[in-house]
Design a protein around this ligand. Sequence first.
Ligand SMILES: Nc1ncnc2c1ncn2[C@@H]1O[C@H](COP(=O)(O)OP(=O)(O)OP(=O)(O)O)[C@@H](O)[C@H]1O
Ligand SMILES: [Mg+2]
Length: 528
Amino acid sequence: MVDRFKGEFDGLLGIFFETGLAGRMVCDPDGRIVRVNAALAGMVGANVDLSVGAPASGVIAKETRTHAWKQIFPVLTGQAPPKTIVSLLEGDGAPVVEILPMRLLERDGTISGLILRFADISVQRHLEAQLTQGQKLQAVGQLAGGIAHDFNNLLTAVMGAADDIAARPGTDPTTLEDAVQIRASAERGADLVRQLLAFGRQQTLQPRVVAINEAITQISILLRRLLGSKIRLELDLETPGRKVMVDPVQLDQVLVNLAVNARDAMLEGESTPNDRVLTLRSGHLLLLHPLVRGQETIPPGRYVVIEVEDTGAGIPPAALPRIFDPFFTTRRDRGGNGLGLSTVHGIVRQSEGFLAVESDLGKGTRFRIYLPRYEGETTPQPAPAIAPAAPKAVATAPPTGQRTVLIVEDEEDVRRLAVRQFTRSGWRVLSAEDGDAACELLAADDPALDLIVSDVVMPGLDGPSLVRLLREQRPNLPAILVSGYADEALRRDLANQDIVFMPKPYSLRALIDVAETVLQRSVDLVPS
Ligand SMILES: Nc1ncnc2c1ncn2[C@@H]1O[C@H](COP(=O)(O)OP(=O)(O)OP(=O)(O)O)[C@@H](O)[C@H]1O
Ligand SMILES: [Mg+2]
């Protein structure tokens, strides 16, 4: 039967068979290979027998072979109509393929074999997986963002009240201690919110140019302490060191999270202290073609690569696709929340980088972070911690004498504390619970204003619109907008409008300091 096809592929049919990206195979009615094209030979592993007469099912990965062949065989015997199936090929990385079996019919209607077409859909699958991962994170991010907004308001109020108690003259030492404790706990709460926001990608990152080797060396001091004496930390840093544009605090958080996971995996395994090594490596990569790594497809470009490798227990293949999911943990009984890697993923993504993982069960795990290389020549201005561009403003009041601030904040407790703090610092204070109320107040008795401090998100007129409206009458009015929930786009937008952004929660002291700075700047800019 195999001979039946000999010579038939020499003409046009042969050209059609051989060309194109799809893999093709002809098999006889017994399911034995008659011919394969070069594309299929390139898709399967070198160990697969493609010789004439070998079983056709051998090209399909072992774990899916029986299942796939059960669907192909009835097409060959005429019991089922041809239909596409999705399966894995035998070979490196088990490429995902769509297989379309087509019958070869004789004139009398008998089936003399199949032409199988194999289309590699691995990249498409990767992109789909990436999309789902992105959507999952987005959903959690939105939820986290919503909570963070309210929660930051509460924390600002809690911290403010604690500061207030502590600053009150004559507070007894026990109360003072409690106030300090309350503040510390509220700060821990704020850290948690920041962590939640990081993987929701709503966090306000403050990227700057970071020399990667220096950053790794610096954080290694802390990591040594975290890892303890039972784990050796090794640095393997490529010179010359490269630069990236990231938020250095977030980069530290990424490395700490990965190191803590590695520590846990190494201490839980069977390894002896001598085998427990965490290696931090730096390197670079020039990509000319997209690179598929797990669920990520990394576009061509120049990258700085950071590797965090451990000799721990490894990650079972079944768990591997889930480790970046928020709340996925195998360590719940030991206090794991499953937020570490989602945070890492969120930060890396937000820094326009990529994250990949490889793991060998029982041997160890290697995380790789690909960050776009910073190519700028000069060291640019570090992003200002709070303030964007200096307002090109003229102060409406001289630096001496009482200044007036308008505070607009819908959260009553936060507003009350802010009013008190500004008053204490010698300001005249007007306050309103939202944008509309602020407009009414100003319409009633048109006071001179030196500064507006407002929430971004409010019912009715929002912060940025309020500032725009006020500046129609008072051009260049210095403005500070506060929010617990702002993405980079909003921050940039505010910066372009000469509005200073301040993330919540903030301490009242910091707010006053920023207010003074903003005002001082605008006064400095008064033409002499
Ligand atoms: N280096 C590693 N070696 C082995 N398994 C790992 C490693 N890193 C992560 N994992 C696995 O991935 C899971 C998720 O990690 P992740 O950091 O997100 O959460 P966690 O460490 O369990 O909890 P949390 O970080 O919130 O305290 C872990 O529970 C563990 O099963
Ligand atoms: Mg963790």
